[in-house]
Design a protein around this ligand. Structure first.
Ligand code: T4K
Length: 368
């Protein structure tokens, strides 16, 4: 028996439930281009998230890229963001012809340090793209205040925070827009997939057109759009998985509580702070090895030898990627807290069906 443990494992509905959901596709032969499943999932998500509008995408990255494009910002404009994230966040900014300006992060929850945003604002600042990293919620109130004070737009990279609420409100509802990823590795998946959530009615048509080549009528193409439509098989997976989301999050919570009971208070081990007023989705379990008897890299190797696949999410920082080497704002030394964390953090395996026995096995390797 293979008893290797990977960093995560996709949650899936039963085979029968999914087959039942996709059955009608064999009658209709309608496989993509905003079919019935697509429409149903969109409505269900708007209701679940309590947000006026959801536009579905084939993946989270294109959802983020398109939502930034929809702001129609001047090329060369500066966008304040953090480097402690997946490549997608920074790439989405740069692929829109904008310049990422990297702000440092908070040491306790790893989100953007809002007290350092204002010093980065210049006459060229056009937007902020904060990240609810690991599902931890950014200081949305301060970001909202800054956005109004300086007249700059805010798009949240909420890729990790599906199902998370702050003061009872979904993270879909903050900023000008928020993007969720529905990738196979996420708390809620549509195989690949993602969406943009927003309140502005005029964006519904704009984003739907942009994800469909900019075609607005049989003989009219208004924008230089791309193709980023979610297909019917993806949407059907989402419809099924949404039915089980409550159970998914409950199971993850049990795993996280077990990890905390074993690792909390150990000298040299730091866990993500528990945020007040936040209902978590238990998306990731990051651990910072800072002054522990083993370094992060030693723990990574020890776990690998035991067949356990932890991940260095997020190392290296995006501001030290090769492709940004020549950017005027690049350089991990400019974001020292993010650099400190990136060199010491490891996300441990976490998924709904991870057994508590396996959590013990993982913790035993770390602690001995
Ligand atoms: N913004 C942020 C902050 C993000 O983290 C991401 C994506 C995005 C934007 C962009 O969203 P998407 O365009 O992806 O929707 C993974 C994911 O591919 C990526 O979605 C995710 N963030 C990132 C943090 O992690 P990898 O390269 O680490 O994944 P991979 O293939 O090594 O898989 C990790 C583990 O998951 C495997 O060891 C086993 C398990 N797994 C994987 C796949 C592909 C499954 O159980 N089933 C699967 O189908 O990037």
């Amino acid at each position: 028996m293979n008893d290797n443990i990977l960093v995560t494992r996709s949650s899936m509905p039963s085979y029968e439930e999914y087959c039942e959901e996709i059955k009608e596709l064999w009658d209709s032969h309608w496989l993509t281009n905003m079919g019935n499943k697509h429409q149903l999932l969109q409505q269900e998500l708007e209701e679940f998230l309590g947000i006026e509008h959801v536009v579905l995408y084939t993946n989270g990255h294109l959802a983020l890229e398109n939502s930034i494009a929809a702001l129609n910002l001047p090329k060369g404009g500066e966008v304040i963001t953090t480097p402690f994230t997946f490549a997608s966040t920074t790439h989405a900014i740069v692929r829109n012809g904008l310049v990422p300006v990297f702000c440092d992060i908070r040491e306790d929850v790893f989100t953007i340090d809002v007290d350092k945003i204002e010093e980065l604002i210049t006459p060229n600042t056009v937007a902020i793209v904060p990240v609810h990293v690991y599902g931890n919620v950014c200081d949305v109130e301060k970001i909202d205040y800054l956005s109004k004070k300086y007249g700059i737009k805010v798009i949240y990279d909420a890729a990790h925070s599906f199902g998370v609420k702050y003061k009872g409100i979904s993270t879909a509802c903050f900023g000008d827009a928020a993007m969720f990823s529905f990738h196979a590795t996420k708390v809620f998946n549509t195989i690949e997939g993602g969406c943009v959530c927003f309140k502005n009615d005029s964006w519904v048509k704009l984003l739907n057109d942009m994800k469909n080549f900019g075609i607005i009528g049989p003989e009219t193409v208004e924008y230089v759009g791309g193709n980023a439509k979610m297909n019917e098989f993806q949407a059907a997976m989402g419809i099924c998985n949404l039915r089980h989301l409550g159970e998914e999050i409950r199971k993850r919570k049990t795993v996280v509580e077990k990890y905390r009971s074993r690792l909390e208070g150990v000298d040299g081990i730091r866990l993500s702070a528990i945020q007040e007023d936040v209902e978590s989705n238990y998306a990731y379990f990051p651990v910072v090895f800072d002054g522990y008897k083993y370094t992060r890299n030693e723990i990574f190797e020890k776990l690998a030898k035991a067949g356990i696949g932890a991940r260095k999410y997020f190392y290296p920082l995006t501001n030290s990627f090769d492709c940004y080497r020549n950017y005027p704002t690049a350089g991990a030394e400019r974001t020292p807290i993010a650099q400190h964390i990136a060199l010491r953090v490891l996300t441990l395996p976490l998924y709904a069906d991870l057994s508590l026995k396996d959590v013990d096995r993982i913790c035993d390797v770390i602690l001995t």
